[in-house]
Write a protein that binds this ligand. Structure first.
Ligand code: V07
Length: 257
C-alpha cells in the first residue's frame, strides 16, 4: 500500500499553507535545480494569455526562494529562459525579458535582507540592455551575501555551454598552456558556467514533462530526478518539501555505512 501524502493536495481557493512532513534538517540537498514548466498551459486552462502564466510563475519563484532559504539550501538554480525560448512569439519573449526587472523591483530588498546572493548562468551578453542592467545590479548588490545562492539560468543551453568549454580548452592547448593529457573531468567542469557551484543533488521538473531540455546535462550526472504533474504556478512549499522528503528517502536507500 503506497503511503499517501494528503498534505500536498491544495483545496480549491485554499491559501497556500505549509504542512511539515518530517524532513531531516541535517540532510537538506545542497543544490536544487528546477525546470519551472507549465506556465503557459496553466494560463491557457484558465482562458488567460500565456504571459499571465509567466507572471503567476514569477510569484511562485519568490515563495520557493523564501522557503529554500529558510530550509538552508545552499544553491537554487532556476531555469528561467533557455536558448530555445527565443523562438517564441516576440511579445512573449519581450514580456519574459521584463520579468527579471519586475521581480527585482519588488523583491531585491527582501533578497538582500535574507542574505541571498543572486547569480546567473547562460549567455548573458545578448540579453536586452534593461534586463542586463537590472540583473547586474542585483548580482552586484548581493555579491557579498553568503546565504542561499539564487542562480538563474538565463539564455542558458547546456550543449552551448559544453561546446564553449571545449573551445576554451582547445585554445589553451593551442597556446601551449595545457597538454591534452591533462584534460580531465575537473578541468572540463572548471570551464562551465557552474564552475564555482556544487553539483545539483536534486532536479525538479513540473508539469508532467520528463526530459532535461538541454538543462545542466553534465552537472546532473549524479542528481536525483523528481517529477510532478503540477504546473509551476500551482507549485507550493508543500510540493517542494515532498520532493526533498522523497530525495531524503532515496538517499537513505542508497546510503550504506
Ligand atoms: C521568469 C517566471 C518563472 C516561471 C518560468 C518562466 C517565467 C524570475 C526571473 C528572474 C530572472 C533573473 C533575475 C531575477 C528574476 C525570471 C525570466 C522568466 C526570463 F535576476 N522569474 N522569471 N526570468 N519566469
Amino acid at each position: 500500500m503506497p503511503i499517501k501524502f494528503p498534505f500536498v493536495k491544495k483545496r480549491k481557493n485554499e491559501v497556500s499553507s505549509h504542512h511539515p512532513v518530517g524532513l531531516n534538517h541535517k540532510q537538506i540537498p545542497k543544490h536544487v535545480a528546477i525546470i519551472m514548466d507549465g506556465n503557459g498551459r496553466w494560463a491557457k486552462n484558465r482562458g488567460m494569455p500565456r504571459i499571465a502564466g509567466h507572471k503567476e510563475g514569477m510569484e511562485v519563484v519568490k515563495k520557493i526562494v523564501r522557503f529554500a532559504s529558510d530550509l538552508g539550501v545552499e544553491v537554487l538554480t532556476l531555469y528561467a529562459f533557455s536558448t530555445e525560448n527565443w523562438k517564441r512569439p516576440r511579445n512573449e519573449v519581450e514580456f519574459l525579458m521584463k520579468l527579471p526587472v519586475d521581480f527585482l523591483n519588488t523583491y531585491l530588498p527582501e533578497l538582500i535582507e535574507k542574505n541571498v546572493r543572486v547569480q546567473t548562468i547562460g549567455d548573458f551578453d545578448v540579453l536586452p540592455p534593461h534586463t542586463k542592467k537590472a540583473v547586474q545590479e542585483a548580482i552586484e548588490r548581493t555579491k557579498d551575501n553568503d546565504g542561499l545562492i539564487l542562480n538563474f539560468a538565463l539564455n542558458y543551453g547546456s550543449r552551448f555551454e559544453m561546446v564553449n568549454a571545449v573551445k576554451q580548452i582547445a585554445a589553451k592547448v593551442e597556446r601551449g598552456e595545457l597538454d591534452t593529457e591533462e584534460i580531465d573531468e575537473a578541468l572540463f567542469s572548471s570551464e562551465l558556467y557552474t564552475c564555482d557551484l556544487v553539483e545539483p543533488d536534486l532536479l525538479i521538473r513540473t508539469s508532467g514533462e520528463q526530459r532535461l531540455s538541454n538543462f545542466l546535462l553534465w552537472q546532473l550526472a549524479y542528481a536525483e530526478f523528481w517529477f510532478t504533474e503540477v504546473y509551476w504556478p500551482d507549485f507550493t512549499e508543500n510540493h517542494f518539501e515532498k520532493a526533498l522528503y522523497d530525495y531524503q528517502n532515496r538517499k537513505r536507500r542508497y546510503g550504506g555505512v
